[in-house]
Design a protein around this ligand. Sequence first.
Ligand code: CA
Length: 437
Amino acid sequence: MMSCRIANRTRATLVQGTTLGIAAGLLMLGSSVDARTVESSGANSAGSATATQQAGAAQQSNSASGFQQWVNNFRPYALSHGISAATFERAFRNARLQTSILNLSRSQPEFVRPVWEYLDTAVSDTRVSKGKQMLAQHRADFNRAQQRYGVPPEIIVAIWGMESNYGANFGNYPTIDALATIGYNGRREAWAKSELLEALKIIQNGDIDHDQMRGSWAGAMGNTQFMPSSFNSYAVDGDGDGRRDIWGSIPDVIASTANYLKANGWHAGEPWGVEVSLPQGFNYSLADGKQQRAVSAWQQLGVRATSGGALPSLEGAALLLPAGAKGPAFLVGHNFRTILRYNNSTSYALGVSLLAQRVAGQAGVQASWPRSQKPLSRTEIKQLQQQLTAMGYDAGGADGIVGPGTRDAVRQFQRAHGQPADGFISQEIKRQVDAAR
Ligand SMILES: [Ca+2]
C-alpha cells in the first residue's frame, strides 16, 4: 500500500527502492516502471498501468473550473452507486484540485536505487529500535491480532514501519482531493473513480470524517496505507468502538493489517524465508525467485541456512538473489509471496521481512552486498537492451526498464560466455556485453 498504488505493480523488481509515505508515492509514480509496475497487484495496489506509461498521451488538465466540472460529472455516477447526496456534498464541500500532484507524477528518475541502498533505509537501526518500541508499547494488541489472524507481531509492525514509519508519515493529502485530482487528470480515470467511490462509502459508513481522511497523493490512506477499496475489503475494528480507523486507532491499524495478510493467505507458524549460502558451481538460473521447489530439493542442491541450522519448512520455496551471484541469497516461501500481495515489489517484501527479523531480535543480513557495483542509468539500460537484442538475445524491447525479459536476455548472454547466469544487471555486465560486440 505504498503510495504508488496508482501504478500497477506486477513486475516486482529487485532493484527498485521505494521510500515511505508521500516521498514513496512520488518516487513510485515516477519510477513505477521499475519496482512496482505492473498489472496486478495486491489489494493495496492502485490499479494498474503505470502513470508514466500514460503520461505522454494524457491531456494535462489543471484548471480549477475544469476540476469542478469533473466533480459535477462524477456526482450522478456516485449517487447511482449508493452514495447519498448528503454524503457527496459533505465530502466535496472543500475539495480542490491538488496541482502539486499533477507536477509530482511526471518525474522519471534516471537512476534506480540499488536494493542495498533501499534496504539501508528500510531496515535502518533507527527504524529497528522504533519498531521494538512500538512492539512493546502495543504488545497486547499485537498478541490479540496474532491469536486471531495468525500473523506474528514483528511482521505487522514491520509493515507499519515500511508504510508510514509507524505513522510518522502517512501523507497529508485529503484522499478525496487526491483521487479526484487523479481522475480529473485523466490518466487513470476509471481507477480513480472506482477508488473515489470506495472512499465515499467509507465516509458514508461513518468510519472516518471526510476531513480526517488523509494519505498519500496516490490515495493510499493512514498508518498502513490502504487504498479505499482495500479498506472496504480488509479493514477491521480492533478496539471495538464500531469504527474502522486506520488513521487514529493503533488497535485498528494492527488488526486491519493482520486481517489483510490472513485474507491473502498468510500461513500461521511459517517464516517468510531464510538467508542461505550456495555451493560452488551452483546453477544460478534456478535462482530467479520464481522457480519453486521443496525445501528438501534445495537442500539436495547444496543450499544451506547461513546461520548453520536446518532449513525451515517453507511452502513452495524459491531462491532469491536480489543482487546477483555476488550478493546475499534468500530462500523464500509462501508468506513472502503473501507480503507481495500487500505491495508487489520484491525489494519491499524483503524490507518487511528483514525489518521483522531485526525487530524480533534476530540478526540482519550476513552476506555482503556488492556495494561497489554502480547501478546503470536508464539510458545505459536502454543501450544494454539494444546491444543484447542486436546480438540475438531477446530482451523484450529497449525501454530502459529492467524487467524479466532483460534479466532473461542477460542470463542467456552469461550462459553463452561461461558466466554464472544470475541475470543481475550491473556495470560489470554492461562492460562484458560492450566487449563482446
Ligand atoms: Ca475502531
